[in-house]
Design a protein around this ligand. Structure first.
Ligand code: BES
Ligand code: MN
Ligand code: ZN
Length: 493
C-alpha cells in the first residue's frame, strides 16, 4: 500500500481512476458539476440525465476521454456539505475506493474536496485511511486467485500548492495508521495453526524491527520464575508453551512515566474443560485481538516517532482441554500472591491479564490500558459498534472518549460499582473467575481491578474486534479496532 500527492487537477492526475467528491445541496452540486463539465466535457450527458445527485455514498463511473490523464472519473456523493463529518467523508471515500476496485483500478486518485468544517489534514487523513482500509482482504491462503478481483493499492491525493504541506503530513500519518491496523487485522484473522504464542512473539519481533521498537520475549521458564500462575494455569492444557511479550518504545523524555498497554493474547479459546459449543468456535482464533491491537499500535507509534514513552505487554497462550488442563474448583495463585478459584475455565482471559497487570506495576506507569476480547456479555450489551470501557482513571477515560469521537471507534463506560463484587466472591480463594450471567462484563472488569495498583482503563473489545459482516471500511472478521483509537489518543496526549 502506498499513497502520494499530486499537485494539479482532476484533468492532470494520472491513475486508473480519479474520484471527485460532489456535495448534494443544489447550489454547491450545480457549481461542482459545472466545474467538472468544464474540464471534462464528456460528462455532459451524465449531468443532463440527472442520474447522479450527490447523495451520500452514491457513486457513478464516467469516462473523460482525452480531456483527462486518467481513463476513469468516479463521481462520489458527499451528501449535504453542512453535514459532512470526518466519518461521513471516510465512508464516502471507502465507497469510492470500492467502486474503483470494481472496475479493476489498482491506482486511485482523489481530488481533495473543500469542506469548510474540516481542516486539510483531517480531510486528507480521512480519505487515505478509509480508502486503503476498505481494500483489506485476508486472502493469503487462497491459491485460486483469478476470481478474487483486484484491489486499490495506491492512493494519490490531488490538491493544490497551498495545501501540499498539510496534506503530505496527514498522508504519512494515515499510512502509518493503515499499516498498524492492517497488521492487527492480519494477526487476528490468521488461524491458530499460523498464530500460536511463539509465532505471535516472532511477529511482534518482526514488527519491532520494521518500525523501531524493542521486543523482549519471556519464555515459559521466565514466566515460571515470575510466578505467573494465571498464565501458567490457562496454559496447562496446552501442547504449546506460553510466552509473555514485552514491547517498549521510548520516544519521550527519560523521566516521563510510560503509558502501558496490555493485550489479551489467547491464540485460540476452546473454553478449556468448560468447553465451548462447536458452532462458531473458529471465531476464537481471534481471541488474541487485544494483543494484535497493541502490537499494531506499537508499530504505528514507532513509525510516527511520537514523543511519548509506551510499553505494551502481551500474555499469550491458547486455552485447551486436555488431561493436564485446569478444571473448575482449581485454585491459582497469581504473580502478586492473590488467589482465584476457577469457576469456569472459559473465563480464561482475566486469568492471564491478571498476571500482566501485576507485571505492569514495575514500569511505574502513568496509566495502564488493557484491551481484551473478554466477554460475550459485552457483545450482547453493545454489539459490534461500541467497545465497553471500565476503569479507575477518569482522565484517561476522557481522553479515550475524545479519541473515540474523532475516530468513530466508539467507547461507552460501564460502572465498576462495588455492589457487583459479591458475584465474584469465593468460599475458598480471594475471588473466583466467573460472576455468572448478570453483568458479565462488569464482573470481569472487577476481577481485573484486583490486580491494579495504578490508574487503569479496561477496554472490552469482544464485540468490536471480530465483525460478523463488513462495514464501510472494515472487512468481516478482525477489525483492527484499538489501533486508530489509541494512536489518536497518544498523538493528542
Ligand atoms: N473469549 C471469550 C469472550 C468472547 C466471546 C470473545 C465472544 C469474542 C466473542 C472469553 O474468554 C469467554 O469465553 N468469556 C466467557 C466468560 C464466562 C465463562 C464468565 C463468556 O463471555 O461467556
Ligand atoms: Mn473463554
Ligand atoms: Zn477468551
Amino acid at each position: 500500500m502506498t499513497a502520494t500527492i499530486h499537485i494539479g487537477t482532476m484533468a492532470t492526475a494520472k491513475a486508473d481512476a480519479i474520484v471527485v467528491f460532489v456535495p448534494q445541496e443544489e447550489k454547491a452540486f450545480k457549481a461542482t458539476m459545472k466545474d467538472i463539465e468544464s474540464s471534462v466535457p464528456h460528462v455532459g450527458p451524465l449531468v443532463a440525465s440527472g442520474d447522479f445527485k450527490g447523495k451520500k455514498n452514491s457513486t457513478v463511473v464516467a469516462y473523460g476521454g482525452s480531456s483527462m490523464a486518467s481513463p476513469r472519473l468516479i463521481l462520489a456523493g458527499l451528501g449535504n456539505s453542512a453535514e459532512v463529518t470526518v466519518e461521513s467523508l471516510r465512508r464516502s471515500a471507502a465507497a469510492a475506493a470500492k467502486r474503483a476496485a470494481s472496475v479493476e483500478a489498482t491506482t486511485c486518485a482523489f481530488v481533495l474536496p473543500s469542506v469548510e468544517s474540516l481542516s486539510v489534514g483531517d480531510r486528507a487523513q480521512a480519505i487515505v485511511e478509509a480508502a486503503l482500509l476498505s481494500q483489506y482482504r485476508f486472502d493469503k491462503y487462497r491459491t485460486v486467485r483469478e476470481s478474487l478481483g483486484t484491489l486499490v493499492s495506491k492512493v494519490i491525493l490531488v490538491t493544490d500548492k497551498a495545501s501540499q504541506k498539510d496534506a503530505k503530513a496527514a498522508l504519512d500519518t494515515a499510512l502509518a495508521i493503515v499499516e498498524g491496523t492492517t497488521l492487527a487485522r492480519d494477526l487476528a484473522n490468521a488461524p491458530n495453526n499460523e498464530i500460536y504464542p511463539e509465532s505471535l512473539a516472532k511477529r511482534a519481533l518482526d514488527a519491532g524491527k520494521k518500525s523501531g521498537f524493542k521486543v523482549t520475549v519471556l519464555d515459559k521458564r521466565r514466566i515460571e520464575a515470575l510466578k505467573m500462575g494465571g498464565l501458567l494455569g490457562v496454559n496447562k492444557g496446552s501442547a504449546r508453551p506460553p510466552v509473555f511479550i514485552e514491547m517498549s518504545y521510548m520516544g519521550g523524555k527519560k523521566t516521563d512515566k510510560p503509558v502501558v498497554l496490555v493485550g489479551k493474547g489467547v491464540t485460540f479459546d476452546t473454553g478449556g474443560i468448560s468447553i465451548k459449543p462447536s458452532a462458531g468456535m473458529s471465531d476464537m482464533k481471534g481471541d488474541m485481538h487485544g494483543a494484535a491491537s497493541v502490537i499494531g499500535t506499537m508499530y504505528t507509534v514507532a513509525k510516527l516517532k511520537l514523543p511519548i514513552n509506551l510499553v505494551a505487554l502481551v500474555p499469550a497462550t491458547d486455552n485447551m482441554p486436555s488431561g493436564t488442563a485446569i478444571v473448575p474448583g482449581d485454585i491459582l495463585t497469581f504473580m502478586n500472591g492473590k488467589t482465584a478459584e476457577i469457576d469456569n475455565t472459559d473465563a480464561e482471559g482475566r486469568l492471564i491479564l491478571a498476571d500482566a497487570l501485576c507485571y505492569a506495576d514495575r514500569f511505574k506507569p502513568k496509566t495502564v490500558i488493557d484491551l481484551a476480547t473478554l466477554t460475550g456479555a459485552i457483545v450482547i450489551a453493545l454489539g459490534s459498534v461500541t467497545t465497553g470501557m471500565m476503569g479507575t482513571d477518569n482522565e484517561t477515560m476522557s481522553k479515550l472518549r475524545a479519541a473515540s469521537e474523532r475516530t468513530s471507534e466508539y467507547v461507552c463506560e460501564l460502572p465498576l460499582h462495588e455492589e457487583y463484587e459479591e458475584q465474584i466472591s469465593s468460599d475458598y480463594a480471594d475471588i473466583k473467575n466467573s460472576g455468572g450471567r448478570m453483568a458479565g462484563s462488569i464482573t470481569a472488569g472487577l476481577f481485573l481491578k484486583h490486580f491494579v495498583t495504578y490508574p487503569w482503563v479496561h477496554l472490552d473489545i469482544a464485540g468490536t474486534a471480530l465483525l460478523p459482516k463488513p462495514t464501510a471500511y472494515h472487512p468481516k472478521g478482525g477489525s483492527g479496532v484499538g489501533v486508530r483509537l489509541l494512536v489518536d489518543m497518544l498523538r493528542n496526549w
